[in-house]
Design a protein around this ligand. Structure first.
Ligand code: FES
Ligand code: FE2
Length: 353
């Protein structure tokens, strides 16, 4: 009798606690303890823009004085969306009855009320703190009393003459749409998975980055915050979970030429990702194809982790520990509350922050 056929499989499941990001979920609360990049500083926010971050749809704008704001879309008056609002010198004005809110949600004007609103100070449009650094706008969506200092990174602070920091939002290294339609953890796991490099990037995609990548790596995984010095880190990538089944990537790096960061995109069979036909995508898949084909959220119940997946297993264990720390009221790894301890020294190689 033939066994192991596809018939009668157990319905697959995924690990919600590791993947789901909405407020109130374990991972959603862990991720809300960190700053996340939500856009490039160069983005035009003189009109309100909708942004979904960790499953919350919000409205971003930049007031006339240059201050960026991120607010809950439903106006505190009667719920019209501030997406239809107008950005002014002092904040964002709701289209319905003209209430004006500043970047921290304070209500500055209520034009339909006598004298501009005697009780407007009691109104606060729900808002989130933003800070800008490295050409990126960072948001903190967590509990206010736990707001960490926005980290600085040595590799983006200590610049050689002629170097400057540039930001980029163009997608995964081997190309793809800006918004990637699968769970963010699939991308994190790709980063701690050096064994996919010689197979996917060295063979399937056709030597995608450099020929040396086709060599099977010798890998050790060390659960340490610091690794041996290999060289100065050139760029840092952040994965922003948009919701449970979409993410995007922001990068900031040291460059000496404008546009250098976005030029570092691999080519498959001599073409950029967006130039490939559907047939060529199938013949020359890259990270985008591998990760999204795992499904919107990969089924952990159907995995067979092997010895080459030590990095994945360690990452998941690390995340489980952090979930536990947050659930017990503690502060997760790498959050620092003063500027000095928020200065991060990174070494090249596979360093996870
Ligand atoms: S609903 Fe926004 S001002 Fe009335
Ligand atoms: Fe990859």
């Amino acid at each position: 009798m033939d066994t192991g056929t596809a018939y009668g499989r157990t319905p697959p499941t995924y690990r919600k606690e590791l993947t789901e990001v909405r407020a109130g979920t374990p991972m959603g609360e862990l991720l809300r303890r960190y700053w996340h990049p939500i856009g490039l500083s160069s983005e035009d926010l003189s009109v309100p823009r909708e942004k979904t971050i960790l499953g919350e749809t919000l409205v971003a704008f930049r007031d006339g004085s240059g201050k960026p704001g991120l607010v809950y879309p439903r106006c505190a008056h009667r719920g019209a969306s501030l997406y239809y609002g107008k950005v002014e010198e002092r904040g964002i004005r709701c289209c319905y009855h003209g209430w004006l809110y500043d970047a921290q949600g304070r209500c500055l004007e209520q034009p339909c009320e006598e004298g501009g609103g005697a009780r407007r100070d009691n109104v606060r449009q729900p808002w989130y703190p933003l800070e800008e650094r490295y050409g990126l706008v960072f948001a903190y969506l967590g509990p206010p009393q736990k707001k960490p200092a926005l980290p600085r990174y040595d590799c983006l602070e200590e610049l050689a003459p002629g170097e400057f920091v540039e930001a980029d939002d163009s997608s995964i290294g081997s190309g793809g749409p800006r918004i990637v339609d699968c769970n963010w953890l699939q991308h994190w796991e790709n980063v701690v998975d050096p064994f996919h490099v010689p197979i996917l990037h060295g063979s399937f995609s056709g030597a995608q980055f450099v020929a040396q990548m086709a060599a099977m790596p010798k890998v050790t995984f060390e659960p340490t915050p610091r690794v041996a010095k290999y060289g100065k880190v050139e760029s840092i990538g952040w994965v922003l979970p948009i919701d449970d089944t979409h993410f995007r990537i922001y990068t900031a790096g040291r460059v000496s030429e404008q546009g250098e960061l976005s030029k570092f995109r691999s080519r498959m069979a001599g073409k950029a990702w967006h130039e490939l036909t559907p047939e060529e995508h199938q013949r020359h898949p890259g990270d985008y194809e591998a990760q999204t084909s795992q499904g919107p959220i990969t089924f952990h119940s159907e995995e067979r982790l092997a010895t080459s997946d030590k990095g994945i297993a360690q990452l998941r264990r690390f995340l489980e520990q952090q979930l536990k720390i947050v659930a017990e009221g503690g502060d997760p790894a790498c959050v620092a509350f003063d500027e000095k301890s928020a200065y991060v020294r990174l070494d090249a190689g596979q360093t996870l922050v």
